[in-house]
Design a protein around this ligand. Structure first.
Ligand code: HEM
Length: 404
């Protein structure tokens, strides 16, 4: 048994047992953040807060939701929306947060790409971020199944069909995933389990890794300047804060982060109270019916770009193109061959690569919502080929970039 002195305060009592002062120093008081960053660096905190909102609102919905094919639809659309006091509010908060979280994830991701924040020791931040993106996608998809409306059912049917692997027709796999020949009770129960337990736990673990991976390389800055953190931190600690290029995470940087979070919450609650319908598909207000296929089956807006990469091709090539789109972002730190971790505007051909990629993903998103006919097919095909071509070209685009 270790020797313990009598503590003089509650703080000291905890410090003796949990080393809370060391934790506070390493994670907050002496966790150094460069001064030269803008509001885009608050998106990580905005994401963490949005995830918190999803957890809390989800717990309230869970108190009345029933994961049963006969009662799920009514438990959401009748019990929660009409009978339970403020049930509608929790549902709107949850639906809006589920949609907005993807907008913020895309902004956060493209900020990272623009500033080259996936390079030079930041690979684990990037890969854990991409795994978070995949986990959030799975979380959104499984949540979409739960109200058991028409879109839940048919999106579930179409997406699980992908696992038949094109003309390999591995139907056994599809049925194994569904637990039945078509989406039914077994399907709903397992997606319920994934949505409320397994994926949230995975997300929490990934957020832990993502934050941990930030501690040593620190966040990047607007000019990609390499800082000597020890020298800059000494200036800060000695009281020469103006000359130092860094500030402490707590309380200095936190207060700036919280300002951006507050502005974001105004936007968030504006959507929740006045414009929530964008986050809910009208077709999903009809109960699931396995005998009535909706005229157009399309995913939520945040999946449209990858859906549009799948659609213009034949079954097999479409599936390969879709799989390519899902994994290729993970490889970015290794496909970008340039040594420069600076903003895209200061890099050679990469700056065109970046803006074309962003614009093309917006085109793909727009096309994914339109019915696949006439000129839409041609635009979709060209955009999908451009997307794939850009990624294949990336090593060559960046290989000869001069060091800045
Ligand atoms: C819920 C999901 C996520 C949370 C809570 C989160 C949180 C954070 C936080 C707090 C930071 C530090 C401050 C900042 O730069 O904003 C950060 C940095 C970073 N994140 Fe995420 N993130 C998430 C998802 C992602 C995704 C999907 C990616 C894309 C692959 C990503 C890539 C990065 C990168 C590259 C950095 C380093 C930025 C830099 O060094 O300047 N993150 N993240």
């Amino acid at each position: 048994m270790a020797h313990f002195e009598k503590a003089n305060s509650i703080g000291e009592w905890f410090d003796q047992r949990l080393a809370t002062k060391t934790l506070e120093r390493v994670l907050a008081k002496e966790y150094w953040i460069p001064k030269d960053i803008n509001f885009l660096w608050a998106m990580g905190m905005v994401l963490a807060i949005t995830f918190g909102i999803l957890l809390v609102s989800g717990i309230f919905l869970l108190m009345y939701y029933q994961p049963n094919v006969d009662t799920a639809f009514d438990s959401v659309n009748y019990t929660i929306m009409q009978e339970v006091g403020f049930g509608w509010l929790w549902r709107h908060v949850h639906a809006v947060a589920a949609s907005v979280v993807f907008l913020i994830i895309y902004i956060h991701m493209f900020t990272g790409i623009y500033y080259g924040s996936y390079k030079k020791g930041r690979e684990i931040i990037w890969v854990s971020g991409m795994l978070l993106f995949v986990a959030f996608s799975a979380e959104a998809f499984s949540g979409y199944m739960l109200p058991w409306g028409q879109m839940s059912y048919w999106a579930g049917m179409v997406i699980t069909n992908l696992f038949s692997m094109g003309s390999l027709e591995m139907n056994g796999v599809v049925e194994w995933i569904r637990g039945d020949y078509v989406p039914g009770q077994a399907f709903l129960t397992r997606f319920f389990m994934l949505h409320v337990l397994l994926i949230p736990v995975a997300i929490l673990a990934l957020i832990g890794i993502h934050f941990g991976a930030l501690r040593i390389p620190h966040v990047n800055n607007q000019n990609g300047e390499e800082l000597d953190y020890e020298v800059e931190a000494e200036k800060y600690k000695s009281g020469n804060k103006a000359a130092s290029k860094v500030i402490a995470f707590a309380n200095d940087f936190m207060s700036k982060d919280m300002f951006v979070v507050a502005v974001y919450l105004i936007f968030f609650f504006y959507l929740t109270f006045w414009n929530y319908s964008f986050a809910m598909d009208p077709v999903n207000f009809d109960p699931a019916d396995g005998l009535k296929t909706p005229a157009h089956i399309y995913p939520e807006w945040y999946f449209l770009w990858s859906y549009e990469i799948l659609r213009p091709f034949s079954k097999d090539i479409g599936l390969l193109a879709f799989a390519f789109a899902q994994v290729i972002f993970v490889l970015l730190p290794w496909l970008d061959r340039s040594p420069n971790a600076v903003p895209a505007s200061r890099r050679g051909l990469f700056k065109y690569w970046f803006w074309i990629m962003l614009a093309n993903m917006i085109v793909l998103t727009t096309m994914g919502k339109l019915p696949p006919e006439g000129i839409n097919n041609t635009i979709g095909l060209v955009s999908a080929l451009l997307f794939i071509g850009q990624w294949l070209a990336l090593p060559f685009v960046t290989m000869f970039e001069k060091k800045v």
